[in-house]
Design a protein around this ligand. Structure first.
Ligand code: P6P
Length: 343
């Protein structure tokens, strides 16, 4: 995209400042926070794109709070993002998949709380499949209280002031929303700038791609089994059978869903009774983006963004994507749970 007035490309920094100028009362702090994340993303992208050459691939021998083996790139991404957020003294604490508790920054006066999944899909790092960073930004609700605690961070997804992701794929993309629609930027490595590629992304109302790990089919609830069978039935009038696509990297699967339409599902299962994906730094931020693009995100019954969090690392099932597809799976789940369906 080019700026209609100057007929030249718009960088992330320019776009953020233009957006900030629309709000006379804006202090520029949120703009600075988004620029900090953009800087970290460029540094992480550089490492991801040459991971095969340096010895940064592989595991570092530790496990994270969920008992999952941690990849070296996970730790590198976590360090870069926290370091970038520490620079501008406006973030008081970070909660990240790579750290058990809250990470207090030396900015007691900072009014923002940032959740991070520094490198989502890290199991794909060693096989060169797209991975991503996810961020979710809240305002601290009681800035005058002395002691920071997890309670400050336990806010419903509807209270996010901004959220987004970086996708390290065939190109590096940064997508974010501040509640005024979804903007997408593409990194031009030759100039080291994120360039605006779409300033109002809209998800199709209905799509013909469903995305779920069918390996756990036998432990699904009946409604989900029947929904997937529905997707597979031959019916040219409703463009079925749908295509099945599953990358195993949430950011990549959700970004494809944002662009092409359809649905991404990570349900509860025998292995993950409450779902595998984390509410605060995977499901809430991606649900904010998808809702802002006109889509929908539920936990099988209610809106993801309205879940009242009880712990910073809690998990949730998620059904996210085009409104038409999410409403359809919601209908199947309710019918087989003998519940009434309110759209
Ligand atoms: P499974 C990656 O490890 C991740 O957290 C998400 O990015 C992805 O959607 C999911 O787990 C994949 O999980 O069980 O299908 O391998």
């Amino acid at each position: 995209m080019v700026d209609r007035k100057t007929n030249r490309v718009i960088t992330l920094e320019e776009y953020i400042i233009q957006g900030q100028n629309k709000f006379p009362g804006a202090t520029g702090e949120l703009s600075q926070l988004l620029r900090d994340i953009g800087l970290a993303a460029k540094i992480i992208s550089r490492e991801v794109n040459k991971a095969g050459i340096t010895n940064i691939l592989g595991e570092d021998g530790t496990t994270n709070v969920h008992g999952e083996s941690v990849k070296k790139l996970d730790l590198f991404a976590d360090k870069q993002l926290i370091s970038a957020l520490s620079r501008s003294e406006i973030t008081c604490m970070v909660i990240s998949e790579e750290n058990d508790g809250i990470v207090e920054l030396d900015n007691e006066g900072g009014k923002y709380i940032v959740y991070l999944d520094p490198l989502d899909g890290s199991s794909n790092i060693d096989v060169n499949v797209s991975i991503g960073s996810i961020f979710s930004i809240y305002m601290r609700e009681n800035p005058d209280s002395e002691q920071l605690s997890e309670e400050d961070a336990l806010q419903a997804g509807t209270k996010q002031v901004a959220a987004g992701y970086v996708l390290y794929g065939s190109s590096t993309l940064l997508a974010y929303t501040t509640g005024l629609g979804v903007s997408v930027f593409t990194l031009d490595p030759s100039i080291g700038e994120f360039i605006l590629s779409d300033d109002d992304v809209r998800i199709p109302d209905h799509g013909t791609i469903y995305s779920v790990n069918e390996g756990s089919y036998h432990s699904w609830e009946e409604g989900l089994k029947q929904y997937v069978k529905y997707c597979q039935v031959e019916d040219p009038e409703t463009n079925r059978p749908y295509k099945a696509r599953y990358i195993g990297s949430m950011v990549a699967d959700v970004h494809r869903t944002l662009i092409t339409g359809g649905i991404f599902i990570y349900p509860n299962s025998s292995q993950y009774p409450n779902g595998k994906l984390r509410l605060m730094y995977e499901c809430n931020p991606l649900s904010f983006v998808i809702e802002q693009a006109g889509g929908m995100a539920i936990d099988g019954k209610g809106r993801i963004l309205e879940i009242t969090p009880e712990s910073i690392h809690q998990r949730t099932p998620i059904f996210i994507g085009s409104k038409g597809n999410v409403l359809k799976v919601k209908q199947f789940l309710a019918e087989h749970r003998n519940e009434t369906v309110n759209a």
